[in-house]
Write a protein that binds this ligand. Structure first.
Ligand SMILES: C[S@@+](CC[C@H](N)C(=O)[O-])C[C@H]1O[C@@H](n2cnc3c(N)ncnc32)[C@H](O)[C@@H]1O
Length: 390
């Protein structure tokens, strides 16, 4: 995503986020320190580090907003202490190592583009021994939510519900719903604590600076505190900007907070009535792909009758539906075949049946090719999610 200056203003207006970053920067930056502001945007952290006495700040940014940051440094008499570099941090070699590196490269969630790789590279190449990386870690959280408005906004147009276009025109639009259900979306309208049916559950953590494994996965589970209709999962993070004894300095974009990130909402394929005391268990994984992450999540929900409902969902369902995504894939044809296999596996993880389905698909795949594809896609889709690997 390419930000405009108004976006950087919105980020700066998020006082919870800014306060935590300023508290953490103040705690670690000492007079004489060298600081790297990675993804400086309009330069606010670089300027603040100078105010704290940093000897020199390297402000690195790919966006044209770095020119505004440069002007702000001049306007505030700090230009001689900040070197502005318009480039990706991964392409830059600094003349000296930094005592402190500060960044916020998250999207709605921390698993966003090259975030983890950039910070691993920054620690390895730009951080002095004993230096501090801000942020330190993020903890990924989830809960089951009753969110009729958010669900209807995303899924309503495709389902044959009361007042829907499909019902009015006697058309079956449900294929659209099955694609939308493979996505993770910004929460509109915002999710509130009252929407939550289950308590917050941390399902994975990322520690910045460590070489990423390419897979983040875990299990979120819990019991419903009240009955209602479950519409999907709320996803957010608890940020640890600075780890320290006692309370870390950080924040959370949990339901009910007003941070600039918002939250993510992953709708179930259909609403489920649940009762207090019923349980859910979601295996989630995010696998790094060429330009972003492939998500997969399998959720078991005890419905109000006591039966277990299982939803297997994956952003792989969306690969074939979105031409611009195919364009970025190494091979569009292979991505498309892989997406079909992934969708079939998500619906039925029995590899033999999926091979048969591919063999009679249009266009059909040779059985050997279908087996090879299922072998390739299965782990990609399910590894780390707690499911059996085909
Ligand atoms: C969310 S903004 C944060 C802006 C500002 N630091 C703040 O906290 O208000 C993240 C910025 O990092 C930049 N960015 C992301 N990865 C980068 C990299 N590897 N090197 C340089 N800039 C990067 C983006 O262009 C974006 O402007």
């Amino acid at each position: 995503m390419t930000y405009g200056v108004h976006d950087y203003g919105r980020m700066m207006a998020d006082r919870t986020r800014m306060r935590a970053y300023f508290d953490a920067i103040r705690e670690v930056v000492r007079p004489g320190h060298v600081v790297l502001d990675l993804g400086t945007g309009a330069g606010i952290h670089a300027l603040y580090a100078c105010k704290l006495g940093a000897r020199h700040v390297y402000a690195v940014e790919t966006n044209a907003a770095i020119e505004l940051a440069r002007e702000l440094a001049i306007a505030n008499g700090l230009a001689d202490r900040i070197t502005f570099i318009r480039a990706a941090s991964t392409d830059v070699t600094l003349p000296e190592k930094a005592d402190v590196i500060v960044s916020d490269l998250r999207g709605v969630l921390p698993l966003y583009g090259a975030h983890l790789e950039s910070l691993a590279d920054a620690r390895a190449r730009h951080l002095a021994p004993g230096g501090v990386l801000l942020p330190a870690a993020d903890h990924l959280c989830a809960s089951v939510v009753e969110a009729p408005e958010a669900f209807d906004r995303l899924m309503g147009p495709w389902l044959a519900g009361e007042g829907s276009l499909g019902r009015e025109l006697s058309l079956d639009l449900s294929r659209g719903a099955s694609i939308v259900a493979g996505g993770i979306y910004p929460d509109v309208p915002p999710l509130e604590p009252a929407h939550q049916l289950s308590p917050a559950c941390r399902w994975a953590s990322v520690t910045y600076g460590e070489p990423p494994t390419g897979l983040v996965s875990g299990v979120a589970s819990g019991a419903f505190a009240r009955g209602g209709t479950a519409h999907g999962l709320a996803l957010w993070f608890d940020a640890e900007i600075l780890a320290r004894d006692g309370e870390p300095i950080g924040y959370s974009n949990a339901p009910g907070t007003e941070l600039v990130y918002g939250r993510a909402f992953a709708p179930f394929p259909e609403p489920v009535r649940v009762a207090a005391g019923g349980v859910f268990k979601a295996h989630l994984f995010a696998r790094r792909t060429e330009d972003d992450y492939l998500w997969g999540w399998t959720t078991e929900v005890t419905d109000a009758s006591g039966a277990t409902r299982t939803f297997r969902q994956s952003s792989a369902w969306q690969v074939e539906a979105w031409p611009h995504r195919q364009g970025t894939a190494r091979s569009a044809a292979r991505a498309e075949a892989a997406a079909v296999a992934a969708r079939l596996l998500a619906a039925d993880p029995d590899p033999a049946r999926v091979v048969e389905a591919l063999a009679v698909a249009d266009p059909p795949l040779e059985r050997d090719d279908a087996r090879a594809l299922v072998r390739a896609v299965g782990p990609w889709l399910f590894r780390g999610s707690g499911d059996s690997t085909p």
